[in-house]
Write a protein that binds this ligand. Structure first.
Ligand SMILES: NC(=O)c1ccc[n+]([C@@H]2O[C@H](COP(=O)([O-])OP(=O)(O)OC[C@H]3O[C@@H](n4cnc5c(N)ncnc54)[C@H](O)[C@@H]3O)[C@@H](O)[C@H]2O)c1
Length: 447
């Protein structure tokens, strides 16, 4: 299948990761290198293993997504990035302790060649981290300009056709939208004057967009999600997306909550508790960083359950999210959800979920999908917020005049219909035409 309006994925695609030495990043990199060597399958990746139905149900046509849309091959990805410590990705992956030694040994030589560039970092925004491998500059603007130079050099030195930048760095403290974030002019002025409401993640986002590179935000930080940078991305014709990879508990929440609403079951309370022992858990132990994560995790239920429409069912539920730093568990997060619901005649019931997951194992394939879809979006002349990529985010970015879509199944349908539209195929609405008069030929395509 071909769409002339989508530029072909020719040449190499650079992937610049902010937080290159983190658990998610190194698990992602080790995974890609193993998959390239045919030592593993890309489990969890929609772009690599997912299929898409095309045409009527009776056509029985389910191509792989990677054969349906022109995606960059994982063999054509070239990796780089920034971090606050001068370690190669093999040493960093060993420190992360997500993958065992035998898996890392297979890709050790390649991982050792991937090293970070000096970061733009300020401990005021991530209290629990210290690092020496950081850039110095006269102003935020100067630091942003240095990041732009890094992107350009990386592109030149590796003879790259295109670059995508993804934030997989630590969660910054909670920042509210202020005047400096409202317009591009105010933001540029703020960078010149070192405005404290401009965090490092915003400088990476701005630099990426200025260099024409799609920017993805895997953390809950505001980062690219402020009017000034959204406006800049639109002006520069650059796709952006975020926020916060949807991996464990929220993934489950966005499946269970829609089910409750679909079946009109009421909710009295939802208590989500987590223990986590990796560096992310340590960073989130700081109240400022936790507040950013909490806002992201709490936003989900209200927008799915719509209490303003379903007063008798959802106007009075108690929602609590906790993350406790517990070092013995490392990256193997354990989540408990206690959900108090009620049904016919108000009789109470309980639902308990105990998810023993692995944070970075769930996040790595999402990172791959986001990178490949962001590149596809750019080659398809899509710009600004890419809401169709909401499937991968806890707190999806959305336009000002609409609410975000959190329901996982709607997000999936939205994503697949966007791919169908890109390839000039009919969207699938699942409309049942049996018994419905359908004189319009178009309906034949739906079923
Ligand atoms: N793993 C998951 O399931 C998951 C889900 C959603 C979101 N996230 C988010 O993804 C991010 C990464 O998670 P992780 O487990 O890999 O954390 P991590 O602590 O292992 O890695 C973060 C890395 O970012 C680096 N860093 C911090 N500030 C930086 C800066 N300004 N510039 C460059 N590098 C910087 C740190 O040195 C560290 O190497 C976190 O914000 C986390 O909240 C993770």
């Amino acid at each position: 299948m071909e769409n002339q309006e989508i530029r072909k994925p020719e040449g190499k695609l650079g992937v610049l990761i902010v937080g290159l030495n983190g658990s998610v990043s190194t698990t992602f990199l080790a995974g890609i290198l193993s998959i390239r060597k045919k030592l593993a399958n890309p489990i969890g990746s929609l772009t690599q293993m997912g299929t898409i139905r095309v045409g009527k149900r009776s056509d029985n046509n389910f191509p792989f997504i990677k054969d349906f849309v022109p995606l960059t091959s994982i063999d054509d990805l070239v990796f780089g990035g920034w971090d606050i410590r001068d370690e190669n990705c093999f040493d960093a992956a060993k420190y992360a302790k997500v993958l065992n030694d035998s898996d890392l040994k297979n890709v050790a030589d390649d991982l050792k060649t991937i090293k970070p560039m000096k970061a733009v970092f300020d401990q005021n925004y991530v209290k629990r981290l210290t690092g020496k491998y950081i850039k110095e500059g006269r102003s935020h603007y100067d630091l942003m300009t240095q990041l732009r130079k890094d992107i350009r050099l990386f592109k030149e030195m590796n003879s790259l056709d295109r670059v995508v930048v993804i934030w997989a760095g630590s969660t910054e403290i909670f920042i509210e939208e202020k005047d400096v974030h409202k317009s591009n002019d105010a933001f540029v002025d703020g960078m010149m004057k070192n405005d404290p409401d401009i965090s490092p993640s915003m400088l990476y986002a701005y630099a990426a967009i200025a260099e024409g590179a799609p920017y993805i935000n895997g953390s809950p930080n505001l980062s690219v999600d402020v009017p000034a940078i959204i406006e800049f991305a639109n002006d520069m014709n650059v796709p952006i997306s975020g926020k916060d990879f949807k991996t464990g508990q929220t993934l489950i929440k966005t499946v269970i909550a829609p089910m409750l609403k679909m079946r009109l079951l009421g909710l009295n309370g939802w208590f989500s508790n987590n223990i986590l022992g990796n560096r992310d858990g340590e960073v989130l132990d700081d109240p400022g960083s936790f507040k950013t994560k909490e806002e992201s995790k709490l936003s989900v239920l209200d927008s799915i359950l719509q209490p303003e429409l379903y007063k008798e069912l959802y106007s009075d539920y108690y929602h609590k999210v906790r993350i406790s730093y517990y070092p013995p568990r490392g990256d193997n997060k354990e989540g408990w959800d206690n959900i108090d619901i009620f049904g016919w005649l108000g009789y109470p019931m309980e639902l308990k979920i105990n998810f023993l997951c692995r944070d970075s194992i769930l996040a790595a394939p999402i990172m791959l999908d986001l990178i490949l879809f962001a590149d596809l979006a750019q080659r398809s002349n899509m710009k600004g917020i890419q809401e169709w990529m909401s499937l991968f985010f806890k707190s999806p970015m959305h336009s000002e005049n609409v609410v975000p879509e959190h329901d996982l199944s709607i997000q999936s349908m939205k994503l697949k219909n966007t791919l169908r539209k890109l390839m000039n195929e009919m969207p699938i609405t699942h409309l049942d035409t049996n018994g419905v008069e359908h004189t319009v030929e178009e309906y034949e395509c739906y079923d």
